[in-house]
Design a protein around this ligand. Sequence first.
Ligand code: FMN
Length: 137
Amino acid sequence: MSLHQLVYLSQSTGKPGKDELAALWAQAKANNARIDVTGSLFYNGGWFMQVLEGSAATLASLYDKIGKDPRHHDLRLLYNEPAAFRTFVRWTMNMTNLEERQADKYQELIDIIEAAKTGRKIYGVSPAVTLLNTFKA
Ligand SMILES: Cc1cc2nc3c(=O)[nH]c(=O)nc-3n(C[C@H](O)[C@H](O)[C@H](O)COP(=O)(O)O)c2cc1C
């Protein structure tokens, strides 16, 4: 399998509450387990940022499906590259709601999402790469 990693940013439609985020998370986890996809989903202030890992073909159709979901819009593909290994091995889909400020990498993640929103680089690299490196360390 040719492993790929894909990162995108999108804007949520409305302000999803805890229950809506939990439902989305459960749905993603169940589906991703079936198609051997791992990754992480971050939510903050009306913005989603998601990492998806799996075969290139699987990610292409999953990204297409996710892009049609009315719960968000304005998807911006930030990264879609081959990878030597998975960064989120343990997670069919980890979910971090930064509005609850529970993440140990809280400030770092907020900065990455802010940079992605404005198309700014962080120390010369794409915020998507910084995001992946934050967890690869
Ligand atoms: C921000 C966001 C992230 C999502 N992530 C995933 C995902 O990782 N995997 C997945 O299968 N569906 C994901 N979905 C849901 C899909 O868009 C779609 O609703 C779902 O896969 C349909 O599931 P079903 O085929 O079981 O009805 C996501 C939706 C949103 C809004």
